[in-house]
Design a protein around this ligand. Structure first.
Ligand code: HEC
Ligand code: HEC
Ligand code: HEC
Ligand code: HEC
Ligand code: HEC
Length: 223
């Protein structure tokens, strides 16, 4: 009797073993494989995502316009060209007319300004290449920052020393939150927002810090 039972148990096991074996490949390819693949892609995506690679990004521009010369040596205020920065979410890039205010009289024969003159004649904008860009699902507003005394320098670095603009900060969520959690480190009087190399004075910082309240909650930046 007991022998018979053992026998049938063993039969069951013999039957089960191969069938269990047979479902391993489908499980691997349908479940484990894709999960492993997604983790690998996720890892690669994360490490090569903006936080890690965009710092230092410096695309080639169609005209060799230099901030070091114009904003640094000539000391033209940022807002002369980035006119919307205090009033709108966008800083914007100036139209060719802004360049021609000077270059219809300065360096009028320079080959380096050929494309600028062409653009002015044809009315076609200069195809400047975008440097700073955050993901579309995040909301950013220049005026909200500039109006309370966050300097351009805090987010864009020493633009007055850059011949060509490059990205000096990660612009990642962690980076935004680092400042939102301790904004007093980065505040200055409102009339100094475009000054480069500004050293904040402690009295100013404390006064302004009580006036600001940067959002930490998700919907503050994901609207
Ligand atoms: C005479 C005009 C002019 C002045 C003054 C000027 N800019 Fe610009 N700015 C430009 C132009 C044109 C571009 C687009 C080409 C480029 O990226 O170099 C630009 C691009 C930039 C960019 C990169 C935009 C992007 O695509 O992400 C930043 C940041 C910037 N400017 C900040 C500043 C700051 C800060 C100052 C003041 C210290 C300043 N600019 C002064 C004309 C100007
Ligand atoms: C407020 C006046 C002013 C404005 C506005 C201005 N520039 Fe200039 N720019 C100058 C001066 C001055 C020089 C050259 C100084 C020198 O080398 O003698 C210069 C030089 C240049 C040069 C180098 C030319 C060469 O042959 O070396 C380029 C390129 C240039 N500017 C592009 C631009 C562009 C593009 C804009 C608009 C986004 C612009 N500038 C706006 C004043 C201006
Ligand atoms: C708190 C951080 C912060 C400050 C302060 C700041 N910027 Fe920006 N800036 C950014 C970010 C982030 C972007 C990219 C925005 C996007 O992708 O929508 C950007 C983009 C830009 C651009 C590209 C064009 C545009 O409108 O998006 C220019 C030009 C620029 N900034 C100039 C300035 C100038 C000039 C100042 C100071 C008057 C300034 N920024 C202050 C963070 C900042
Ligand atoms: C260097 C400091 C600093 C950095 C970096 C910074 N912020 Fe802010 N942000 C502030 C301060 C200060 C305020 C508060 C403004 C107020 O209280 O009126 C603010 C306010 C805001 C607001 C609220 C604006 C409104 O209209 O109410 C948004 C949205 C925002 N930040 C998004 C961002 C995003 C997105 C980033 C990163 C790409 C960023 N900020 C990076 C300092 C910073
Ligand atoms: C101060 C602004 C700010 C706040 C507050 C904020 N985020 Fe973000 N978040 C961003 C920015 C900017 C990016 C995109 C960065 C980029 O372009 O790579 C982002 C990206 C993300 C991403 C995409 C993955 C990643 O890390 O890039 C997720 C998911 C996300 N946020 C979720 C949240 C959640 C959940 C909260 C609330 C706990 C939150 N965020 C609060 C600014 C913010």
């Amino acid at each position: 009797m007991s022998n018979e039972k053992h026998g049938s148990d063993r039969d069951d096991e013999l039957l089960k073993f191969p069938s269990w074996h047979n479902i391993i490949p489908p499980i691997f390819f349908l479940v484990v494989g894709p999960v492993v693949t997604l983790l690998a892609i996720g890892g690669v995506w994360y490490y090569f995502s903006p936080k890690f690679t965009d710092v230092g990004y410096m695309p080639e521009q169609p005209v060799h316009y230099s901030h070091k010369l114009h904003a640094g040596e000539l000391k033209i205020d940022c807002r002369y060209c980035h006119t919307a920065v205090e009033k709108t979410p966008w800083a914007g890039v100036p139209p060719t007319q802004t360049c021609m205010n000077c270059h219809n009289a300065v360096k009028t024969k320079s080959p380096k300004l050929e494309m600028v003159r062409q653009s002015w004649k044809t009315g076609e904008s200069i195809p400047w290449v975008r440097v700073h860009k955050i993901a579309d699902y995040a909301y950013f507003d220049h005026s909200a920052h500039v109006q309370v005394g966050v300097g351009c320098e805090s987010c864009h670095g020493r633009i007055d020393q850059m011949v060509e603009v490059w990205q000096s900060q990660p612009l990642s969520m962690g980076w935004c939150l680092e400042c939102h959690n301790a904004p007093e480190q980065h505040l200055r009087p409102k009339d100094k927002v475009t000054v480069m190399g500004y050293t904040p004075s402690p009295g100013d910082k404390e006064r302004i810090a009580t006036e600001v309240n940067p959002p930490i909650h998700c919907s503050g930046c994901h609207r």
